[in-house]
Design a protein around this ligand. Structure first.
Ligand code: DAH
Length: 353
């Protein structure tokens, strides 16, 4: 075959290969095979010296035309392929703006905080203010000033977490440090009586600590709300009316209350308050252990000793006090059978409220 025919065949063959190259890698292979260092056309161009003189001009011209045609075709196919590849890339990474977004879970306040606030709101609504006291308390405020001196049987030393003072200068009560984690919010009563002007109408929500093992009705750390009223002419009738109002606000107007005589060292007389069972309405069921009643708080008239220890004249002033456990109220309100469920962080449970 004459050289020019060979070149024409190479041209046809190469243009077809260029057309068929499916992507830019395949196209590059075609280019290297033809125009690369040891490419077929490069071979022809290099061997021009051995072509007989009289043919050289014609063959050279033909070879050059083939080169220009192939280069042009490569260029065009390359542009085509890269446009297609870019389009495919854009397609693959496209964002579907019509897809619905991922919903954010909105957090809520914990049930214990909400019930604490609800209790506070009920009393704020009838003119009380909020008082606070320290969680690390002294023996004096937690026991002594509440009419429970060191040898008082109500102290139950086994219930109290004592704080050890490592400075070496340790004051002790019955061999224990006189600094402790408060076991009740009742100590805030003493702070309020020492610090505030009379009359006093306060509630004191806060955490308390006891050396109990957690079980359905006990927690080693829980929340109480304390209440204290001191004024001239305060009677047990005021106490009953106030707490009956509180229970109806908290649990519903159809709920009844009853006051049972009880004992607390800092009140005299003392009582426990029960609210009628919200499940059986007094008939008796498993939730109220068949009694029809649920115990919700302790209360009483402030003992005259407690008033005088805090510098208030019991001849002139009288008062009442009460204290309740928030976790217990939350469980009674929502019929939760085990206090621990409030603290387990199970969102399926907590989201119900
Ligand atoms: N501090 C008591 C307790 O932890 C609750 C209590 C009872 C508080 C009677 C009071 C009260 O203020 O008057 O069990």
């Amino acid at each position: 075959m004459a050289l020019t025919e060979e070149l024409a065949a190479l041209r046809t063959e190469t243009l077809a290969a260029i057309e068929q190259a499916a992507d830019s890698t395949a196209l590059e292979q075609v280019r290297i095979g033809v125009l690369g260092k040891s490419g077929t056309l490069t071979g022809y161009l290099r061997s021009m010296g051995s072509v007989p003189k009289e043919e050289r001009a014609a063959v050279g011209k033909a070879a050059n035309e083939v080169r220009v045609a192939i280069e042009g075709a490569l260029e065009a196919r390359k542009a085509e392929l890269s446009a297609a590849e870019l389009a495919a890339k854009i397609d693959a990474s496209a964002v579907d703006v019509t897809l619905p977004g991922r919903a954010q879970q909105i957090g809520t306040r914990h049930l214990i905080s909400r019930i604490t606030d609800e209790v506070a709101e009920i009393f704020l609504g009838i003119g009380y203010t909020v008082a606070t006291g320290p969680e690390v308390e002294t023996d004096y405020y937690n026991f002594e000033a509440l009419n429970a001196p060191a040898d008082h049987p109500s102290r139950g030393l086994a219930d109290t977490f004592y704080v050890r003072d490592l400075s070496g200068d340790v004051a002790t009560v019955r061999g224990e440090s006189d600094v402790l984690l408060r076991t009740q919010t009742s100590g805030v009563q003493v702070h309020a009586m020492e610090d505030q002007e009379l009359p006093i109408f306060v509630i004191a929500p806060g955490k308390v600590y006891r050396r109990d093992v957690a079980d359905p009705s006990h927690l080693p750390q829980f929340t109480q709300v304390e209440g204290l009223v001191v004024d001239k002419g305060i009677t047990f009738g005021d106490l009953k009316g106030t707490l009956d109002y509180f229970c109806k606000q908290m649990f519903g107007p159809e709920r009844k209350t009853r006051f049972r005589a009880h004992y607390f060292p800092f009140t005299e007389p003392s009582a426990e308050v029960d609210v009628s069972c919200g499940i059986c309405h007094g008939e008796g069921c498993r939730f109220c252990k068949g009694t029809g009643w649920l115990e919700i708080l302790g209360c009483g008239m402030v003992d005259p000793n407690v008033l005088s220890m805090s510098g208030i004249d019991p001849e002139e002033y009288s008062g009442f006090a009460f204290g309740m456990g928030v976790e217990r109220i939350a469980c009674l309100k929502y019929n939760v059978p085990d206090l621990r469920m409030l603290l387990e962080g199970d969102m399926r449970f907590l989201r119900q409220f």
